[in-house]
Design a protein around this ligand. Structure first.
Ligand code: ZN
Length: 226
C-alpha cells in the first residue's frame, strides 16, 4: 500500500477493456484510489456536496498534479457512464458519432489516423477511450512518480483529453437520454457532468465552440456557480 501513495500509475488507470465489464469498475476504482491525498480531497469535497469547492486547486498543491488526478477521475467516470449504455449504443442505433442533428464527430488522433474518418459512435468511443488511456499510461506525459516533472505540452494534452471526453457526454445526452431515464441514471449523470463542466470552466480546458452541443445544460451550471 505504501507504494500507492507515491505512484500515480498504481492508482491510475483501469484499462478500457477491464471497464467494459463496468459493474465492478466503481469498486475497483475506489479500492485502488484510496490513500491518495489529492484523491481524498476530491472525494471529501464532493461528498460535502459542494461541487464548486471540489474543483478548486487546493492551497499549496501543484496545478499539474491536480489536473492529472482529476483527469484520471473524469476518464473513469465517463468510462463508467458510457459502459452502462454500451449495449444500447451500437453501429445500427448510432452509425455515426453525433451530438444531435447538428454535430457530427469524425475520428482522428493526429498520429495513426491523420485524416478524420467517419465511424459509428461505439467505434468512436472505443478509439477515444483507448487514446485517452494511452495518454494516461504514457509516463512521459503522466509521470509515474508524484513530484516528477510534467512535460511542457502537458496542458495541451489535458485540453485534448477533456475535449474528447466531452464528446462522449454530448453523445450520451443527445442520443441516449431516454435510456438514461429508463435506467434511472439521470441524477448520477447530471452530477458527473456538472462536476466535469465546473472543472473544465475553472481551468479553461475546452473552447466555448466545442461546448455548443450542450450549451443549454452548461449555461445554467456556469451561471449558478461562477
Ligand atoms: Zn450511441
Amino acid at each position: 500500500m505504501a507504494e500507492m501513495d507515491t505512484s500515480r500509475k498504481a492508482f491510475c488507470v483501469l484499462s478500457y477493456e477491464t471497464v467494459k465489464c463496468f459493474s465492478f469498475q466503481q469498486i475497483k476504482r475506489d479500492a485502488c484510489l484510496q490513500g491518495l491525498p489529492l484523491k481524498k480531497h476530491i472525494d471529501a469535497t464532493l461528498g460535502s456536496g459542494n461541487l464548486r469547492e471540489a474543483v478548486r486547486l487546493p492551497i499549496g498543491e501543484d496545478l499539474n498534479e491536480w489536473l492529472a488526478v482529476n483527469t484520471v477521475d473524469f476518464f473513469n467516470q465517463v468510462n463508467f457512464l458510457y459502459g452502462t449504455l454500451m449495449e444500447f449504443c451500437t453501429s445500427s442505433t448510432c452509425p455515426i458519432m453525433s451530438a444531435g442533428p447538428k454535430y457530427e464527430y469524425r475520428w482522428a488522433d493526429g498520429v495513426k489516423v491523420k485524416k478524420p474518418v467517419q465511424v459509428s459512435a461505439p467505434k468512436y468511443v472505443e478509439y477515444l477511450m483507448d487514446w485517452v488511456e494511452s495518454q494516461l499510461d504514457d509516463e512521459a506525459i503522466f509521470p509515474q512518480k508524484i513530484g516528477a516533472p510534467f512535460p511542457q505540452n502537458f496542458r495541451e494534452v489535458i485540453r485534448t483529453i477533456f475535449k474528447r471526453l466531452f464528446r462522449v457526454y454530448s453523445h450520451m445526452y443527445h442520443s441516449h437520454f431516454q435510456m438514461i431515464l429508463k435506467l434511472k441514471e439521470e441524477a448520477h449523470l447530471s452530477t458527473c457532468f456538472k462536476h466535469f463542466v465546473l472543472f473544465t470552466w475553472e481551468f479553461h480546458l475546452i473552447d466555448r465552440a466545442e461546448l455548443a452541443p450542450l450549451n443549454e445544460l452548461i449555461e445554467p451550471i456556469v451561471f449558478r456557480y461562477f
